[in-house]
Design a protein around this ligand. Structure first.
Ligand code: GDP
Ligand code: MG
Length: 456
């Protein structure tokens, strides 16, 4: 029966933070942990994710706590880039990722995307730890590859430790100002009310054992039941990608349950639910077989805690950040379609639509969510929203504001999306303003300046 214990699945972790804080390099350094020490340890590249099996993890946690008991089979770290990573915080009203790592550059402190990530983590109630990265840049840092960070800090001369303390205090102060309690992880005795900070270097790997240790400790301590393997499918689309030779594919994280080749699947599309059949379930070739001509390994079926690429016909307008369902023998297709659309629409409708306000477009559901939550805080009213490129019909919608005697809101805020030529032309004709940006704060700046000018 479904209530019997089937063991634990691997926790799913995502990495967030401002550009250039070292997210990619940190993940890369984590990936190399065991390679460095002469043992590949079964770390495998998946679609948009890397899987670290228990043996690879055990070696690292031992450096921090000899007696640490590993209860999960491994850890899946998702590595979708930039704004796509916001999709990793989407799953039936909660968070796909069990835990997030928020990377902060110790030299720069809080930056705009750090704050955007913090807001979204809070909204999604996703637990997280902070990697305070680039400690090796501290003047006269004495490095030793892949040591635990407490050992690394105690190795430093006093002046280095002083500089660390000063910079650390600054970051903590900035976080406190945002209402966040936090502590160095080894001084944190209440994980529930205070966020743990792990100082790291993605260059030397110092602090990487601690980061892995904390991921495991927190997920095991705080979310035991949530990590129990379930039969019911839990699968989220994290990216929609065009691949040469395959057409439009979707990258999914399969949290629980099983996907099979030939399964009929249902997922949200921009123009309504998509029903299609899985043509192929793909993961990347193992490293050592990189020279093999075919880039992907095919699977007849795949289960639990995996990053997978799905090739299927008709995925062109699939929406990243939504659920994927499989049609079982006893399922009613119409019900599943409804379930998928409800999930999608509730997100689009789940904000205060104002009779007078700006029109908003974003690249994915995740980035739309981040933008909306920000606009709400800024008290910028929103009239309607959409996903994807700005089209002529969006301009027409924004233009409605002119008829409503709110011409100042004949405005489109476009986040991480392109404006097509036809739309731009229409906007010029209708006198609709379009602001585009890749950072939410930049949209706010543009909007604020625009409103000031308008009111003059
Ligand atoms: P991302 O945009 O967050 O993915 O950042 P990247 O991983 O691309 O890193 C941005 C830059 O910072 C690159 O030049 C990295 O080599 C450098 N960098 C990242 N982490 C560290 C670190 O811990 N120490 C030092 N010295 N440089 C780092
Ligand atoms: Mg990167």
């Amino acid at each position: 029966s479904s209530s019997s214990f089937m063991g634990y699945r691997s926790p799913v972790i995502c990495i967030m933070g401002h550009v250039d804080t070292g997210k990619t390099k940190l993940l890369d350094k984590i990936r190399r942990t065991n390679v460095q020490e002469g043992e590949a340890g079964g770390i495998t590249q998946q679609i948009g994710a890397t899987f670290f099996p228990d043996i690879a993890l055990q070696e690292q946690t031992r450096k921090v706590d000899e007696d640490f008991d590993l209860e999960v089979p491994g850890v899946l770290i998702i590595d979708t880039p930039g704004h796509e990573s916001f999709n990793n915080l989407r799953m039936r009203g909660s968070s796909l990722a069990d835990l997030a790592i928020l990377v902060i550059d110790i030299m720069h402190g809080l930056e705009p995307q750090t704050v955007e990530s913090l807001e979204l983590l809070k909204k999604r109630r996703c637990p997280f730890i902070i990697a305070l990265n680039k400690i090796d840049i501290l003047y006269q840092w004495n490095a030793k590859q892949y040591t635990s960070v407490q050992e690394a800090l105690s190795r430093q001369q006093q002046s280095v430790r002083d500089e660390f303390q000063t910079r650390y205090n600054n970051v903590v102060l900035q976080l406190n100002e945002r209402g966040l309690n936090c502590n160095l992880y080894w001084e944190n005795d209440d994980y529930r009310s205070s966020v743990s900070i792990v100082p790291t270097s993605a260059l030397t790997g110092e602090g990487v054992p601690d980061l892995l240790y904390m991921i495991l400790k927190l997920t095991q301590d705080l979310m035991g039941d949530k990590l129990e393997v379930r039969e019911k499918l839990e699968c989220t689309v994290i990216e929609v990608k065009n691949i040469e030779g395959l057409g439009t594919t979707i990258d999914v994280v399969l949290l629980n349950g099983t996907l099979k080749e030939g399964d009929t699947i249902v997922l949200a599309g921009l123009g309504g639910p998509i029903v299609t059949t899985i043509r192929a379930l793909l993961t990347p070739q193992p490293m050592k077989e990189m020279r093999v001509k075919n880039e992907y390994v095919h699977h007849a079926q795949i289960s639990t805690s995996m990053g997978v690429k799905i090739s299927a016909p008709g995925l062109d307008d699939a929406v990243a950040g939504t659920e994927l369902l499989v049609v079982g023998p006893d399922d009613d297709l119409d019900e599943l379609k409804e379930e998928v659309s409800e999930g999608f629409e509730s997100i689009l409708n789940d904000f205060e639509k104002e009779p007078a306000g700006v029109y908003v477009k974003a690249s994915t559901l995740g980035s739309l969510e981040a933008l909306l939550s920000f606009l709400q805080d800024m008290k910028i009213p929103v009239f309607d929203v959409g996903i994807g490129e700005v089209h002529k019909k969006d301009v027409k919608k924004a233009c409605i504001m002119k008829e409503k005697k709110n011409p100042e809101y004949a405005l489109i805020l476009a986040f991480d999306v392109k404006v097509n030529q036809e739309a731009q032309k229409q906007a010029d004709t209708d006198g609709v303003t379009i602001f585009t940006a890749d950072i939410i704060y930049h949209l706010q700046d543009k909007f604020t300046k625009y409103m000031e000018k308008y009111r003059e």
